[in-house]
Design a protein around this ligand. Structure first.
Ligand SMILES: Nc1nc2c(ncn2[C@@H]2O[C@H](COP(=O)(O)OP(=O)(O)OP(=O)(O)O)[C@@H](O)[C@H]2O)c(=O)[nH]1
Ligand SMILES: [Mg+2]
Length: 200
């Protein structure tokens, strides 16, 4: 698909960064949430889906997203309005144990208590799935909630690495929910957008 044909999310507005689930909007707008390890590319993916460079304030410093960042996506064509939420990254080694636990709890509380429509779990394509990601995949399978595994930074893999990874997730039964994406090269964005549309 040509870049100009991708139905990017337009006129997305930053709402606020909430320190706790208790503060999050309690209206009935659908919610699309983005989670994943620190530095996996969550904020970059959100910015790419909105065709902007810096919507979700990506940074060279991992661990920067430390609250629940809400964006409001206006209605477009047949699809209604919804919230896009950038969750704090988990597993950032440079934070204290206490701070890491706090962020992890914030994400867990969000996943359990917020009535979200689809969760995008961002995984750096060069890394293996860790125990945190496994926990989230199991949680979604048990609760029957929609999940997308976005294998990010796909542009950084060569042909043989791509083939190897594709084989691995086919073997693990995750192919159905896996989408290779590159935020910098606009790979896989239209498929992520299609699944978002189908879930809200
Ligand atoms: N080459 C390439 N680099 C990427 C891609 N996505 C993200 N990056 C880079 O990876 C780094 C981390 O990206 P972020 O989007 O800030 O990651 P994050 O998951 O939001 O990180 P935290 O907010 O710390 O949890 C940045 O230097 C990005 O430029 C991609 O698709 N391709
Ligand atoms: Mg971020």
């Amino acid at each position: 698909m040509k870049r100009t044909d991708i139905p990017f999310l337009r006129n997305v507005e930053y709402v606020a960064s909430f320190p706790s689930v208790n503060d999050c909007p309690a209206d009935d707008l659908p919610v699309v949430a983005v989670t994943g390890r620190s530095n996996s590319g969550k904020s970059s993916l959100i910015s790419a889906l909105c065709d902007t460079r810096n919507l979700a304030r990506t940074s060279q410093n991992p661990g920067k997203t430390r609250s629940l960042n809400y964006f409001r996506v206006p209605a477009q064509q047949e699809r209604g309005e919804f919230y896009l939420v950038d969750l704090p990254g988990f597993g950032f080694a440079k934070l204290s144990q206490k701070e890491r636990q706090h962020l992890r709890k914030m994400v867990d509380d969000f996943l359990i208590r917020i009535n979200w429509n689809v969760l995008i779990l961002v995984l750096d394509a060069r890394r293996d799935i860790g125990s945190e990601e496994e926990g989230i995949i199991d949680f979604c399978a048990r609760s029957g909630q929609r999940l997308i595994l976005a294998r990010s930074k796909w542009d950084m893999l060569n042909q043989s690495q791509r083939a190897k990874h594709t084989k691995a997730w086919e073997k693990s039964g995750l192919a159905e929910i896996t989408i290779p994406v590159s935020s910098t090269k606009a790979v896989g964005l239209e498929e992520v957008l299609r699944r978002i549309r189908n879930s809200i």
